[in-house]
Unconditional design. Structure first.
Length: 362
C-alpha cells in the first residue's frame, strides 16, 4: 500500500495511539518542540532537542532515582544524532519514551518547547490535534474503475480491493444484458432504472449491489465513516446494501480523472464535519447530565472516578490544556480514561464554563 502525504513529513497521531501509550509503564518522558521545514534552522533543531533530553534526564534522576534513565533515553538520543531525521521535519515534534519503548510523531502543529517526566505521559498539547482528526474511508467508483482509500487529515492510502469488483466488467459476465425497461422504483431522490433497452442498467445494478455488499462485509465492524466519490445517482443503490457503514456524503462527479490528493481535497471537508458534530453531541450530553450525578467538573472527583473506570468521556477545554495548576491531575485522568477504553476530547468550551468535565458511566 502506498501512502500519499497531504501534509509533508507528518505522522498520523490518533486516539488509538494515545490509548496504546496510556498502557505503558512509567516513568514517562514527554518532549515537545517546534521544528522547521527544510531551512538553515533544521539541523539546529537537533541541538535544541538535545537540551530537552538533558532536561528530561535531570527530572528522571531527581524524581525517579531508581529508574534507568540512560536506557529510557537511549532511543531518544539516537533521534538527536540522526541527521537524516532532522532534514525531514514539519512544524512540531512530540516524543514519548518510557521503559516500554519510544514513539515519535512529526506534526504540522507547532508546540511549546517542553520536557516533562511523570507517572503519565503529557497528552495535553497533542489532544486538540488528535480530536481534530477523523480517520475515514473513501470509495471512488465509476463503471470503469473502483478505488478504495483510507485517509485522515494528513494522509491518504489506497487499499487493495479484495472482494470489491475493480470495474463493472468484473461482474458483467455473470448477469444478463437482456433489455428490461421497467423502473425499479426510487432510492432516496433518484429513480434507478433496471434497463435502458440494452440491458446495461441490469449490469450496473448488479455492479453496485456486489460492490455495496462487499463493502458491508468488509467494513461492518469498522468504526470509520465512508465518503463516496461517484456520480450522485450511485448513492441510493449503494446505500441499500451498505447498512452498517456510515456514509457521510458524496463527492459528486466521475472520480476517474482525480488523483489521490484531489480526491482527498474534496472528501476531507465532509469528514471534518464529523468533529464538530461529535463535539456538539458530547457537550450536549454533558449539559443534560449536570445535576443528575452522571457528570462532574470537580478535578478531584474526575481523577478518583477515572481510577475506577467510572469516567466514560473526559472533556478538556482549550484554555485548561495549558493550565499547569491541574497538569499532573489531568495527565493521570487522561491516562486512566484511555486505559479503561474511555474517550478524551478537546473542546472549545463547556456549557457551564468549567475548564473540564467528565461524563460518568454510572
Amino acid at each position: 500500500m502506498f501512502t500519499t502525504q497531504i501534509i509533508s513529513h507528518s505522522d498520523a497521531l490518533r486516539h488509538d495511539d494515545l490509548a496504546d501509550l496510556a498502557g505503558w509503564a512509567g516513568p514517562c518522558v514527554t518532549i515537545h518542540m517546534p521544528t522547521h521545514r527544510a531551512t538553515d534552522e533544521t539541523l539546529n533543531d537537533s541541538k535544541r532537542f538535545g537540551h530537552l533530553i538533558d532536561d528530561a534526564r535531570t527530572q528522571l534522576e531527581e524524581n525517579y532515582p531508581d529508574a534507568d534513565a540512560e536506557s529510557i533515553l537511549a532511543p531518544v538520543e539516537s533521534l538527536a544524532r540522526s541527521r537524516r531525521f532532522w532534514q525531514f521535519q514539519s512544524d512540531g515534534l512530540v516524543v514519548f519514551a518510557s521503559p516500554d519503548g519510544m514513539r515519535r510523531f512529526r506534526t504540522d502543529r507547532s508546540f511549546p518547547k517542553d520536557a516533562t517526566v511523570g507517572d503519565s505521559f503529557n497528552f495535553r498539547h497533542v489532544l486538540p490535534m488528535v480530536t481534530g482528526d477523523v480517520p475515514f474511508l473513501i470509495l471512488a467508483i465509476s463503471r470503469a474503475k473502483v478505488r478504495l482509500f483510507e485517509a485522515d487529515r494528513a494522509h491518504i492510502t489506497e487499499l487493495p480491493l479484495g472482494d470489491i469488483p475493480a470495474s463493472e466488467d468484473d461482474v458483467a459476465g455473470a448477469y444478463t444484458r437482456e433489455p428490461e425497461l421497467q423502473s425499479k422504483g426510487s432510492t432516496g431522490n433518484h429513480a434507478f432504472y433496471h434497463g435502458h433497452g440494452t440491458g446495461e442498467g441490469n449490469v450496473l445494478e448488479a455492479f453496485l449491489r456486489v460492490t455495496g455488499r462487499a463493502m458491508e462485509k468488509r467494513f461492518s465492524t469498522d468504526k470509520r465513516p465512508l465518503v463516496l466519490a461517484s456520480v450522485s445517482e450511485y448513492l441510493g443503490p449503494l446505500s441499500t446494501h451498505i447498512n452498517n457503514v456510515r456514509v457521510l456524503g458524496v463527492v459528486a462527479g466521475n472520480p476517474d480523472a482525480l488523483n489521490e490528493k484531489q480526491i482527498h481535497e474534496k472528501a476531507w471537508p465532509l469528514a471534518a464535519g464529523e468533529v464538530q458534530r461529535h463535539t456538539n453531541a458530547l457537550t450536549d450530553d454533558y449539559a443534560a447530565a449536570i445535576g443528575t450525578g452522571l457528570a462532574t467538573a470537580n478535578p478531584e472527583y474526575i481523577v478518583n472516578d477515572s481510577e475506577i473506570g467510572r469516567v466514560g468521556t473526559l472533556m478538556i477545554t482549550e484554555r485548561a490544556l495549558g493550565e499547569e495548576a491541574y497538569a499532573r491531575d489531568m495527565d493521570d485522568a487522561i491516562r486512566n480514561v484511555l486505559r479503561t477504553s474511555g474517550e478524551v476530547w478537546a473542546v472549545d468550551e463547556l456549557n457551564d464554563g468549567s475548564p473540564f468535565g467528565a461524563l460518568r458511566r454510572y
